[in-house]
Write a protein that binds this ligand. Structure first.
Ligand SMILES: CC(C)(COP(=O)(O)OP(=O)(O)OC[C@H]1O[C@@H](n2cnc3c(N)ncnc32)[C@H](O)[C@@H]1OP(=O)(O)O)[C@@H](O)C(=O)NCCC(=O)NCCS
Length: 214
């Protein structure tokens, strides 16, 4: 079993939309994801991809496919997240794991990946909104030291539920980043996932030489 954390790309969008429909009301449209992936200058969308067998290095992918009777190596998107980075602020816009695959630590990988990406981008703080009824997600955020700073009344238009405005301060002289580094290393070791996300640019910007800024 292999897990890869990487930027979301166009071919991922149908699977992401499927998970989104299972996780949220109302869900985002495929068009919204396409905008985030291809057009937004502020967006750092990510996916967690699961392979039953280790994926081949890209250079020999065609060779492996030909041995495999032309079939792609089987993989599946198991979860995804959305991060916007504007000025000093990082904003977690969405996060979800397929309902059948929750409780394995994979949502934590997504959140920790977005926190690490925020740190490598130089964010001073991370914000997010969460339904007041969503105690599972709140516990995940609290595990990484997000604090509730306000309540946004009737934030969700479809049913009028309130949201907690949660924040994680990163503007502390590097203290959080220093304590976070061993936690992230421990996650990498425990789950053995490959991180192709937290230190790289979105594919749409890859022609630029800098590998760590937006
Ligand atoms: C929130 C979500 C992404 C968590 O993903 P997950 O893979 O199930 O979570 P993990 O297994 O990585 O658990 C990480 C932490 O989340 C919290 N958590 C997860 N499941 C929980 C549960 N059933 N009850 C309470 N806390 C829970 C815990 O803090 C847990 O840490 P711990 O294992 O040390 O206790 C997932 O539940 C989901 O997709 N929910 C629907 C979409 C959603 O609500 N997104 C948040 C929008 S703001």
């Amino acid at each position: 079993m292999t897990l890869i954390l990487r930027y979301m790309q166009n071919p991922d969008i149908p699977q992401v939309v499927t998970i989104d429909h299972l996780a949220f009301t109302p869900p985002w449209s495929a068009r919204s994801y396409a905008y985030e992936v291809n057009e937004s200058n502020y967006s750092h969308m990510l996916v967690l991809e699961h392979f039953d067998v280790p994926p081949p290095p890209s250079g020999i992918k065609r060779l492996v496919q030909s041995i495999n009777g032309g079939r792609e190596i089987e993989s599946r998107i198991v979860g995804y997240g959305g991060l916007w980075y504007i000025m000093d602020e990082a904003h977690i816009s969405t996060i979800a794991i397929h309902p059948e695959l929750r409780g394995r630590g994979w949502g934590e990988i997504l959140l920790a990946g977005m926190i690490r990406r925020s740190i490598t981008l130089g964010a001073h703080y991370i914000v997010l909104e969460v339904r007041v009824s969503n105690t599972v997600a709140q516990q995940l955020y609290q595990k990484y030291d997000f604090k509730t700073v306000a309540i946004k009344r009737k934030y969700y238009h479809n049913d009028g539920e309130d949201a907690y405005d949660m924040r994680l301060n990163l503007d502390d002289g590097g203290e959080y980043a220093r304590s976070f580094a061993p936690r992230y290393a421990h996650l990498l070791e425990t789950h053995g996932f490959t991180d192709l996300y937290t230190e790289t640019l979105p594919p749409r910007n890859r022609s630029q030489s800098d590998s760590s800024s937006a």
